[in-house]
Design a binder for this molecule. Structure first.
Ligand SMILES: O=C(CO)[C@H](O)[C@H](O)COP(=O)(O)O
Length: 210
């Protein structure tokens, strides 16, 4: 199990400062969709240059023109690029093919997918590297989480790694760990804390204890 820090509400210098604080306790740093909207792929490039040993995920949430967008994010230094599970199969295939060519990985975000089990099975067959259940901010505000969906994909996925994102906090982490996803994504659960380093350290300890 690996820990991914999601950076959503920062600019590039703030992102770099934040990662410096928690670098030794995380495995993957996510350049979140709002950061990419505000700063472009320059954010991916600068964070990768600052932390060459960390895996960098570009949360592009691709919906179309997937091969091209994966190639651009790869050129900027992203190691993992996200596409939406609701995208057309042709787009998923394009993303997977381009990522393979570039030696990168594709994480499929299941946000807004209605039939999680059926789509996860298809995405697994289409060659996704990760399938990630995700409760976005708008449904988190309505009190939802993705813990059950994680169980659903764990039961159908044969090849892809599994991941979970959306509102995970130190208090809810043990429930997530019980289901043993390959990747646990935490944004506000670390970035909103006064002591980000302590929180990331405690999360890493729990994850290592498995
Ligand atoms: O992709 C995202 C929102 O669409 C976030 O990066 C993801 O939900 C993780 O952040 P948080 O832990 O704060 O929910």
């Amino acid at each position: 199990m690996k820990l991914q820090l999601a950076l959503d509400l920062v600019n590039i210098p703030e992102a770099i400062e934040l990662v410096k604080e928690v670098e030794e306790y995380i495995d993957v740093v996510e350049i979140g969709t709002p950061v990419v909207i505000n700063e472009g792929l320059k954010a991916v490039k600068e964070v990768k240059a600052a932390f060459p040993n960390l895996t960098v995920l570009a949360d592009l949430k691709i919906m179309d023109a997937a091969g091209y967008e994966v190639s651009q994010a790869s050129a900027a230094g992203a190691d993992i690029i996200t596409i939406l599970g609701t995208a057309e199969d042709e787009s998923i295939k394009g993303a997977v093919e381009e990522a393979k060519k570039q030696g990168k990985e594709i994480l499929v975000d299941m946000i807004a997918v209605k039939d999680i089990a059926a789509r996860a099975k298809e995405l697994d067959e289409l060659g996704a590297d990760y399938i990630c259940v995700h409760t976005g901010y708008d449904l988190q505000a309505a009190g939802q989480n993705s813990f059950e969906d994680l169980n659903t994909i764990k039961n159908v996925v044969k090849n892809a790694k599994t991941a979970i994102a959306g509102g995970i906090k130190l208090e809810t982490l043990p429930e997530v760990i019980k289901q043993q996803p390959d990747l646990i994504v935490v944004g506000g659960g670390i970035t909103s804390k006064e002591d980000k380093q302590d929180t990331a350290r405690e999360m890493q300890t729990l994850i290592k204890q498995g």
